[in-house]
Design a binder for this molecule. Structure first.
Ligand code: ZN
Length: 400
């Protein structure tokens, strides 16, 4: 893969850095011969400059810049500090992950056909609309002509500025949607209606792959649940502090990618234990005292009022029936409950922390392809159960 970015190369001599501070538009790529190499080409190095990746210092401080689309690599020989600035945060993340995987000793497959001369074709914009095409790759923003592509099955909208997905895309039989690297709208209204497309019967039946890497996602939208046939969900490099328990309702999920977030645990649901592939590297499973979002919610609960109980009853009814409603059709005070609702591990009824307890266990799941920190013995799973055993028993009897 080729990366276009602005690069500054400075020589490190003892603790000092020598050279211009200027960033030069450059092409960067990784090649594999006997080892992996990071290659750079720009107006200063027209013949290219090559660094052995085995000599890179992966300094975590440099990676804290990543969320703003910047990376820095320091090499031991030649002793250079490379600073890279990307327009696309997604590409910055891709390069960082590739470098990290190589230094971790993983076998990274590098496309041999890549070379900087191929760049032009790679970046070509598909602008001649073919209404019968089944694949579309967009740039910059959503183009409303997409809505007329009735056979569309793959829609790629990477690195778009302030991407708004119109509700009508839900009428297209899309199987794979990729919005990685795109900017989410900032206005409250645009955010409220952002996921409305998921409520349409067509796409909720056809979509099997949803990629949302590097979009600064802070919470998983509950509308994901409308996508009943979802098999691959990619949430890498976001700002997720937890995965809500409702994710366990995705019964067809096979591949879950949630690397580079802030997850301290995974909700214990059978669908997440029987995955084919999971990537949860670079999260917060090592935290000794993780911030448990369910406990934090519970601590903030004041005495329940009748009004609040009514809201809870309405919410549990909604969860049991789960009509494909747009977010605005559900009363706003109920929205936040989606983040805290989960099934009791004993009676399998929906519960909220108001009526439940949580606990956690650690174990190594038997997932064939699992990418996690090699320093961990297992993953931490979070479990919910009813506080009131009488209610729980009653539920069990009623449903057994
Ligand atoms: Zn229960």
């Amino acid at each position: 893969m080729l990366f276009q970015c602005d690069v500054n190369v400075r020589e490190v001599r003892r603790q000092r850095m020598i050279g211009s501070e200027e960033f030069i538009p450059s092409t960067v790529w990784i090649k594999k011969e006997n080892n992996y190499y990071l290659c750079l080409k720009n107006s200063i190095y027209p013949n290219g400059k090559t660094y052995s990746i085995s000599l890179v210092k992966m300094d975590p401080i440099f990676f804290s810049l990543l969320k703003s689309g910047r990376i820095a690599f320091e090499f031991r020989k030649p002793r250079d500090l490379l600073s890279l600035e990307f327009k696309s945060k997604r590409m910055a993340y891709l390069l960082y992950r590739t470098m990290q995987d190589i230094t971790d000793g993983k076998n990274v497959i590098i496309d041999k056909n890549q070379n900087p001369d191929a760049l032009h074709a790679n970046n070509a914009v598909i602008d001649n609309f073919d209404l019968n095409a089944n694949e579309f790759k967009g740039v910059d923003s959503f183009d409303n002509r997409i809505l007329n592509m009735k056979c569309l099955s793959t829609l790629v909208l990477e690195d778009c500025n302030s991407l708004v997905l119109p509700e009508e895309i839900g009428h297209l039989p899309i199987k794979s949607l990729n919005i990685s690297g795109s900017e989410m709208p900032t206005s409250q209204h645009a955010q409220d209606i952002y996921w409305n497309w998921t409520s349409k019967p067509t796409i909720s039946g056809t979509l099997t792959t949803l990629k949302m890497d590097t979009i600064r996602l802070m919470k998983l939208p509950f509308e994901i649940l409308y996508l009943k046939n979802l098999q691959t969900l990619s949430l890498n490099n976001n700002a997720l502090a937890y995965l809500p328990h409702f994710i366990g309702e995705l019964k067809n999920i096979k591949n879950l990618f949630a690397a580079d977030n802030m997850l301290p645990y995974i909700p214990l649901c059978s669908s997440l234990i029987h995955l084919t592939e999971m990537d949860v590297i670079h999260n917060r499973f090592y935290c000794k005292e993780p911030r448990d979002h369910l406990v934090t919610y519970k601590e903030s609960i004041k005495e329940p009022t009748d009004f609040k109980s009514l809201k809870h009853i309405a919410f549990f009814k909604l969860m049991d029936n789960f009509p494909q409603l747009k977010r605005q059709d559900i009363s706003r005070p109920l929205w936040e409950y989606f983040n805290y609702v989960g099934r009791c591990s004993k009676c399998k009824q929906w519960t909220l922390p108001d009526y439940g307890e949580t606990t956690s266990i650690s174990f190594m799941p038997t997932i064939p392809k699992l990418n996690m920190s090699k320093y961990l013995d297992g993953l931490t799973y979070q479990i919910m159960y009813c506080t009131n055993t009488k209610d729980c028993e009653a539920h069990k009897r009623r449903f057994s």
